[in-house]
Design a protein around this ligand. Sequence first.
Ligand code: ZN
Length: 135
Amino acid sequence: MNFRYKLMRFMSGRNGIDTVFYMLFGVAFVLFVVNLFARTIFVQLLIDAVMIYALFRVLSRNLEARRRENQKVLGALYRFKKYCNTKKQRANDKTHVYKKCPRCHSVLRLPRRKGKHTTVCPKCKNEFKVYVFKA
Ligand SMILES: [Zn+2]
């Protein structure tokens, strides 16, 4: 029996490498780079703890718990990407400004006209002042 077959048998029924593993590996790498300059035992222990946890997750047989953790991380990543895309899209919009209604917190897309304006929220009918500094 060759090594590859033995490894396959050993890893069957185990979690293996997933998104959380890559994230933990990335965190450990960043800490490693920080530790190149900081050179403290605390950071080294943190790196060891992160890598031991990553290894524990790879070898874990509790697939349901690992899947749930992975889904949480993927959900957070998705929300973060969506947030960044929305920010980028709004920054690139040259013809509109985005303002939050102070009462219901819904985002209003208003025409970009320099100066002080009064607007009415279409959701809660709240009237409030809007300042646009750059046209
Ligand atoms: Zn409102």
